[in-house]
Design a protein around this ligand. Structure first.
Ligand code: COA
Length: 260
């Protein structure tokens, strides 16, 4: 697929998607959001793919937000459509069968922080900066920030970031549970690739079930969520990969998962 604002590089079992508008600090304009949706849908369909990394081009930014020049033109109706479009794409990413890793190489502000939060794992460069600065523009987040941020880091920390619009550094993001780990900038992509590769070696159906059960379960009460887990545990016991994984352990060898 031809893309103007994204670079897509596929390895054997994982892909690296790079938001590529460095002159605008990779701000997400409408065209980029559309391309991101198309690319992620294609990767989801590609049976060879087992993980995706999303990162930003250049040294300064992961994504510095939705494109403010476009937002400035919105009215009541188009503003709602704008938010719903971005939400749909980010929710698609969050519900993908493939684990998605955000490799956060610089500013992750507004829509950039929201994109990172829609990913399943987040690795940050020590130079990365996070924030939801919409309040400083007389706005509120529209791509899920008011909802995913409190779910990820708790209401107390989320309220502070949303109401002040303050930026935090990678160390603070790690401390409050916004990212999984922080690495030196030059090691970021190596670490993201290493993690992607680790995930590609896991049983794909089990990976898929974990993504799904965690996502669904967080929106259910505990009893319903546990029922769902038991149901899916039953389902996973019917897979060839479960037989292979347990047999390999008992035979003291490495499992060969087939995604069946
Ligand atoms: N939307 C559109 N353009 C953006 C952008 C955004 N979210 N963030 C940065 N840019 C553009 C700038 O307008 C500038 O373009 P220009 O060179 O044509 O003037 C270019 O990217 C470089 O940004 P600049 O502000 O000059 O870089 P800086 O190093 O001085 O500051 C930031 C970096 C991230 C602090 C600053 O760009 C910023 O505050 N961006 C907006 C963040 C934001 O509010 N995001 C939420 C949007 S809802």
């Amino acid at each position: 697929m031809e893309t103007k604002n994204l670079l897509v590089e596929k390895s054997e079992h994982y892909a690296v998607v790079t938001i590529n508008r460095p002159e605008k600090l990779n701000a997400l304009n409408a065209a980029t959001v559309t391309e991101l949706y198309q690319v992620m849908k294609e990767l989801q369909k590609d049976e060879a793919m087992r993980a995706v990394i999303i990162t930003g081009s250049g040294e300064k930014a992961f994504v510095a937000g939705a494109d403010i020049a476009e937002i400035a033109k919105h009215d009541e109706i188009s503003g709602k459509i704008f938010a719903m479009r971005g939400q749909k794409v980010f929710r698609f990413i969050e519900k993908m069968r493939l684990p998605v890793i955000a490799a956060i190489n610089g500013y992750a502000l507004g829509g950039g922080c929201e994109l990172a939060m829609a990913c399943h794992l987040r690795i940050a460069s020590s130079k990365a900066k996070f924030g939801q600065p919409e309040i400083n523009l007389g706005l509120i987040p529209g791509y899920g920030g008011t909802q995913r941020l409190p779910r990820l880091i708790g209401r107390t920390q989320a309220m502070y970031l949303l109401l002040t619009g303050e930026m935090i550094d990678a160390r603070k993001a790690l401390e409050i549970g916004l990212v999984n780990e922080v690495v030196e900038p030059e090691k970021l992509m190596d670490r993201a690739r290493e993690l992607a590769k680790t995930l590609t070696e896991k049983a794909p159906i089990a990976v898929n079930y974990i993504l799904d059960v965690v996502d669904q379960g967080l929106n259910l009460n505990l009893d319903m969520a546990l029922n769902l887990e038991a149901e899916m545990f039953g389902n996973i016991c019917a897979t060839e990969d479960m037989k292979e994984g347990t047999a390999a352990f008992l035979e003291k060898r490495k499992p060969q998962f087939k995604g069946k």
